[in-house]
Ligand binder design. Structure first.
Ligand code: UD1
Length: 431
C-alpha cells in the first residue's frame, strides 16, 4: 500500500490548478447511460473512483475512451445498448455513489439489479430515500440478499416527491430517473449542491427538461429519449477548499486557478475570520497567510451553501494550531470525527462529544505515523503534516487517491516536501 511522507515546515508559494469535481464526474458518467449516443466529458479528473465507476459501466455495455484533448483530460462514454443491468456487490461496495446507476438503468431498460452499497465508513448512510423516490416514480422494488431488484416494465411515471430531509445522492438519483419518465416530476426539499446543477445542466444539454436545479424545488418534464452531448465537469470545490486550507496551514501565498470562488464562499469566509487574506478574480482565489497564529473559529457543517462536511476534517486540522479554542459541529454525518485520534498523534488537543469537537489550539504539531480512515480525513492528515515539525507518514493513501488527483504533485509544485512511498515498503499499522 502506498504511503505519503511529508516533511513539515515549508510555506507554500505558487499556483494550484483545480481539477474537475469527483462528485460531479461520477454522476455525469452514470447519466451517460441514459442515452444511446456518445457523451463526451471534459475537465475530467482521473481518480480511483472514476476508474472504478468506468469498470462498472463497461459491464452494462458502455464503451469508454480516455484521452488528453485540447480541453484537457476527457472521457467519452457510449452505451448504444444496455447489455446487462446487473451491478454486482464486488464493484458497488467499493464506492457508495455507484449505487446511482440504478436509476439510469431502470429508466432506460425498465429493470435493474444493483447491490446495496458500501462506501466510506462515515456512519450508516442508508439509501432509503433513493428507493422511496424510485417507488414514487412507479418502480416496483424488492430486496433479496443484499440486492435491489427494480422493475418498471411500462416505464417510469412523473410524480410529486418530497424528501423528508436533504440528500445529495437521492436528489441526483431521482433526477436521473425522472428525466425519462412520462409526465412531470416535482421534487421538493431537493439538495442545492453545485454538482446537482452541473448534472441538471448536462441532462438539459442531452435534451432533458429540468428546471429549478440549485433551488429546493426541481421540476422535470419527462422526455422520451436523450441525445449525446459534450460537457465540461464543474470544478472540484472540495479539492479547491482543501488546498485553500493547506495554504492557510503551511503559510505563504497560493493562487487556486480554474476555480469558481463563489462555490467555496462559506470556507473562504471562515479562513478570513481566522486571519487569512483572501482575494479573488473570476476564476482564481489567492490565499495568503501572514506571520503569527491564526484566530480560532467555530463552525457547523451544513448543506450547500453552508460549510461543506467534506471540508470539516481539513478545517479542524487548521484549527489545531489556532490561538485558542474552536468548536466544530458536524450535522450531516454521524461518526465523521475519525480523524480526531489521528490528529491527536500529531499532538493536537481535541475532545469529542456527540457531534461536537472542541479543538484547543496548540503551539506546534509534531510529525508521526498516522492512518487515513476515509477520503476527506486523509486530506486533513496531509494538511497537519505540512505544518508539523519533522516527518509525518500518512498510511492507507488509497483513500486519498479516490478523490485527489496528483495531490503530492500539486503540493510539491508550491514548495511542499511531500513524497509518495510506493507500496512495497512495509506498512506499519496499529490496529
Ligand atoms: C454526497 C457526497 C459526499 C458529501 C455528501 C454531503 C457524492 C459522491 N458524495 O454524499 O461527498 O459528504 O453528499 O454533502 O456526491 N441519508 C439517508 N438516507 C438516504 C440518503 C442519505 O438517511 O437514502 C442520510 C445520510 O446517511 C447522511 C445524510 O442523509 O447522514 C446526507 O447524505 P447525502 O446528502 O445523501 O450524501 P451522499 O449523497 O451520500
Amino acid at each position: 500500500m502506498d504511503r505519503i511522507a511529508i516533511e513539515g515546515g515549508n510555506p507554500l508559494f505558487g499556483d494550484i490548478p483545480v481539477s474537475g469535481a469527483k462528485n460531479s464526474a461520477i454522476k455525469l458518467m452514470a447519466a451517460s447511460l441514459l442515452t444511446s449516443e456518445p457523451v463526451r466529458l471534459t475537465n475530467m479528473p482521473r481518480l480511483a473512483d472514476t476508474r472504478l465507476l468506468g469498470r462498472l459501466l463497461q459491464r452494462f455495455g458502455c464503451g469508454i475512451s480516455e484521452s488528453d484533448g485540447a480541453q484537457g483530460q476527457q472521457t467519452i462514454l457510449h452505451t448504444p445498448e444496455i447489455t446487462s443491468a446487473f451491478a454486482p456487490y464486488d464493484l458497488v461496495r467499493q464506492m457508495r455513489a455507484s449505487f446511482n446507476v440504478l436509476g439510469p438503468l431502470l429508466a432506460r431498460t425498465g429493470h435493474a439489479k444493483v447491490s446495496l452499497p458500501g462506501g466510506c465508513t462515515i456512519g450508516a448512510r442508508p439509501v432509503d430515500l433513493h428507493l422511496k423516490a424510485l417507488e414514487a416514480l412507479g418502480a416496483h422494488i424488492d430486496m433479496h440478499e443484499g440486492y435491489v431488484f427494480a422493475q418498471a416494465p411500462r416505464g417510469l411515471k412523473g410524480a410529486e416527491i418530497t424528501f423528508p430531509f436533504v440528500s445529495v445522492g437521492a436528489t441526483e438519483h431521482a433526477l436521473m430517473a425522472a428525466v425519462l419518465a412520462r409526465g412531470t416530476t416535482v421534487m421538493h426539499n431537493s439538495a442545492c449542491e453545485p454538482e446537482i446543477v452541473d448534472l441538471a445542466e448536462c441532462l438539459n444539454a442531452m435534451g432533458a427538461r429540468v428546471s429549478g436545479a440549485g433551488t429546493k424545488t426541481i421540476v422535470v418534464e419527462g422526455v422520451t429519449s436523450l441525445r449525446g452531448t459534450d460537457w465540461a465537469v464543474v470544478c472540484d470545490r472540495i479539492e479547491a477548499g482543501t488546498y485553500a486550507v493547506a495554504a492557510a496551514m503551511a503559510g505563504g501565498e497560493v493562487r487556486l486557478t480554474k476555480v469558481r470562488p463563489e462555490l467555496i464562499a462559506a470556507l473562504l469566509d471562515k479562513l478570513a475570520e481566522a486571519g487569512c487574506e483572501i482575494t479573488h478574480g473570476e476564476n482564481t482565489v489567492t490565499i495568503r497567510r501572514g506571520e503569527g497564529r491564526l484566530r480560532p473559529v467555530d463552525l457547523t457543517t451544513d448543506v450547500y451553501p453552508g460549510f461543506a462536511t467534506d471540508l470539516q476534517a481539513q478545517f479542524m486540522a487548521l484549527m489545531t494550531l489556532a490561538d485558542g479554542e474552536s468548536v466544530i459541529r458536524e450535522t450531516i454525518f454521524e461518526n465523521r470525527f475519525m480523524h480526531v485520534p489521528e490528529l491527536g498523534r500529531l499532538g493536537a488537543d481535541i475532545s469529542v462529544s456527540g457531534g461536537e469537537a472542541r479543538v484547543r489550539g496548540v503551539e506546534r504539531l509534531r510529525g508521526a505515523q498516522v492512518m487515513a480512515t476515509d477520503l476527506r480525513a486523509s486530506a486533513c492528515l496531509v494538511i497537519g503534516g505540512l505544518a508539523a515539525e519533522g516527518e509525518t507518514i500518512v498510511n492507507r493513501v488509497y483513500h486519498l487517491d479516490r478523490g485527489f488527483e496528483n495531490l503530492e504533485g500539486k503540493l510539491s509544485a508550491c514548495g511542499a516536501n511531500v513524497r509518495r512511498l510506493k507500496g512495497d515498503a512495509p506498512v506499519e499499522e496499529e490496529e
